[in-house]
Structures are given as structure tokens and as C-alpha cells.
Write a protein that binds this ligand. Sequence first.
Ligand code: ARG
Length: 273
Amino acid sequence: MKKILSIVLALMLTLSLFAACGKTEKPDAEADNSLQNVLDAGKLVIATSPDFPPFENLNDDGSVTGIEIDILSRICTKLGVDLQIDQYDFDAILTGLDAGKYDLAVSGITATEERKENALFTDPYCLSAISLVVPEGSLIQTKADVEDKAISCQTGTTAELYCQKNNLKNSAFTANADAQMALTTGKVDVWAIDKLTAIDMVAAYNEEHEDKLVVLDEPLTYEPYGFASKLGNDALIEAINAALAELIADGTVKSLFDSYGAEYVDPSVDPTV
Ligand code: ARG
């Protein structure tokens, strides 16, 4: 009996030594202070490209409004910090995460497997799609019709990626409005853009112009949206995920979509069935 006890004790000692080694070996630089830093600063700094209604858009006074801004301000309330909104071009936002100038990228960002190699995403909070927009009366009616057509899209987006992967003739624009203008001025035949933004921007355009635009029904791809931080910022993303899960479960996220007149699709829905 004594022998067994001493073996057990020896084993425990060895294990605890291992554990202690593990701890001291971890360099300080690897410590994840991402959540603590935000709490200490008293603010969460987000980067957004506010040319993407109804998710983020500019008010007349230059302030940023939209579904994602409303979601983030609720998350900040739950974390007990202020929300600071910094504006960037869309194509600079994900690539700029590592520089550490902002905590979170919030820009209608599709959580793709490729992007997950370089950024840490929250759980998706909704499902969108990429749609095609054409002038009324266009012969383009489905995605099969765009093969040798000129397409516009926004630089750095999944729409651009889709065009590149499928060898389509695309012109990419830094500002979303310029991709739309390429279509309305006849420089391209079709504009590829996320569905809910397409619906919003097309409605605004059609209200003010004689010529009309149409959003085609058939989507190019499905796009789960999430927020992204630098790789390694697990503590921050975990805290945001917890807040986000509450806002989805209590219906807040859906009601925010409703208030912007946008259709909410749950990210767990399989749109292909
Ligand atoms: N969902 C697309 C993507 O992640 C487009 C996002 C564009 N966002 C913006 N704020 N302009 O690539």
C-alpha cells in the first residue's frame, strides 16, 4: 500500500513539474491580453468601410449608421466599454488587422476559410449572398449569362474573388458606389454585390432615376457574415461571441434587420435545400 502511495505521489510530482514547466516556458509576448486591453482602454475600436448599407453607411452629418453599428454598440454596452468607429477602404481592413490600430473589423465581412487563415472570426451572425445587378431589360438573367460580360465589383471583396476564380472579366473599384456607377454609366454589363446591399442601393438609385436597375434572383454564392480580429485575440473574440449569442437568442439581431427593412437569414440555415 505504501509503495502504491509513493508511486502515486511521485507521479503527481512529475505531472505538476511538467505543468509548471509549461507555464514558465510560454513567452510573455504570446499572452492574450486582447480582452483586458479593450476593458482597460474603456473602448472597442472598430474598422469599417461605410459604403455598405444597410450594414454600415454614412449619415448626412458624416456619422456612421447601420445594422452592424447597432449590433456593435449593443455588444459594447454588454462589455461596459465605448464604441470607437474608424473608417477605412474595404480592401485595407482585413490586411490592416495585424498592425493593431483597431480591435475589430466590422464591414459586412464574409467569414471564408481562406480569410480564417489570417484573421480570427466571430461566429457568423447572419447569412447573405452575392447577387448580380443589371439594367432593366438586360439579357443577363442568370449567372450562366455573365461568362464573357464585363462585371464591376468592390476591391478586396468576395465578389472580386468570385470573378477571379471563375475567370470573369471584372473591374474592381475601391468605393462601392463607383462599382455601381460603372454599371449605370454603361462601362460594365453587370455589377456583383452582396444581396442586401444590392437591394438597398438599387432601391435608392431607382427612386431618383428614370433608368432602373434590377437585382437578379439567382445568387452567385452564399455569404455568412462575422466580425474579425487579429489571430491570437481569442479572449476578445470569445467575449464578443458570448454577447453576440445573447443578441441572436433574444431576437435583437433579427429585430435590427427588421428595422432597416432587411430580410434576416439565420446563419445556420442551409440555403441550398
Ligand atoms: N461580404 C463581402 C466580403 O466580405 C463584401 C463586404 C463589403 N463591405 C463593405 N463595407 N464595403 O468581401
